[in-house]
Design a protein around this ligand. Structure first.
Ligand SMILES: CCCCCCCCCCCCCCCC(=O)SCCNC(=O)CCNC(=O)[C@H](O)C(C)(C)COP(=O)(O)OP(=O)(O)OC[C@H]1O[C@@H](n2cnc3c(N)ncnc32)[C@H](O)[C@@H]1OP(=O)(O)O
Length: 155
C-alpha cells in the first residue's frame, strides 16, 4: 500500500488549503494515511501543536485548530475511501475531491499542547457523492475530541 500522504496526491490547484495544502507555507500541512489495525481500516494523521496554537490558556490547544485537523483529515479520508471503492489509486483521473458539507465536533476534554496529536478517521458510509466520516483526536491515549463529518464530492 502506498505510503504517499493522501494530500500529496492532490493536483496543484487543490494544494493551497490552510489545513492541509502542501503549497501553503502558513498552513498546518496535515498529512493523512491509511492505517491498518487488527480489526478495522482507519485513516491516520499526526500533528504536534506549536505554542501559538494555544486556546485560552497556554497549556491547551485552540478548539478551532482541533476542528481544522478533523476537517482536513475527514475530507482526505473521504477521498481516499472513494478512490479505493472504485479500485483506483489516489490522484488518478478523473480527480475525486471532497468538501465539507457538515462537521460536528464534541470537545471531550482539554487537549494538551506539548504532545503529538493522533487523528483517526473511519468512513462509515459512502453513498453517491456523499461520505459520512467518524473522526477522533487523541493524545497520550486520551480521547480529547470526536467528530462526525458529511463530505460531498465535487461535481
Ligand atoms: C471552498 C470550496 C473549494 C472547492 C475546491 C477545492 C476542493 C479540494 C480542496 C481540498 C482541500 C481540503 C478541504 C478541507 C475541507 C474544507 O474546509 S472544504 C471548505 C468548506 N466547505 C465548503 O465550502 C462547502 C460549501 N458547500 C458547497 O459547496 C455545497 O453545499 C456542497 C457541499 C458541495 C453540496 O452542494 P451540491 O454539490 O449542490 O450537492 P447537493 O446535491 O446539494 O448534495 C449532495 C448530497 O449531499 C447531501 N448534503 C449536502 N449538504 C449537506 C449537509 N450540510 N448535511 C448533510 N448532507 C448534505 C445532500 O443531501 C445530497 O445527498 P443525497 O441526496 O445525494 O443523498
Amino acid at each position: 500500500m502506498s505510503k504517499q500522504a493522501f494530500q500529496d496526491s492532490y493536483p496543484a490547484e487543490f494544494s493551497h488549503c490552510y489545513g492541509c495544502g502542501r503549497d501553503n507555507p502558513h498552513g498546518l500541512q496535515l498529512k493523512s494515511y491509511w492505517h491498518l489495525s487488527a480489526d478495522k481500516e482507519h485513516t491516520i494523521a499526526h500533528f504536534t501543536p506549536k505554542p501559538y496554537h494555544t486556546g485560552g490558556v497556554p497549556d491547551n490547544a485552540y478548539g478551532g485548530l482541533i476542528a481544522s485537523l478533523l476537517d482536513c483529515h475527514g475530507t482526505a479520508s473521504a477521498a481516499a475511501a472513494a478512490y479505493k471503492a472504485q479500485g483506483r489509486d489516489m490522484g488518478t483521473a478523473p480527480i475525486l475531491r471532497f468538501v465539507t458539507a457538515s462537521l460536528s465536533v464534541d470537545f471531550l476534554r482539554p487537549t494538551p499542547m506539548e504532545n503529538k496529536l493522533t487523528i483517526l478517521g473511519e468512513v462509515i458510509q459512502l453513498e453517491g457523492r456523499k461520505a459520512t466520516v467518524k473522526l477522533s483526536l487523541s493524545t497520550n491515549d486520551q480521547l480529547c475530541a470526536t467528530g462526525t463529518m458529511i463530505a460531498v464530492a465535487l461535481k
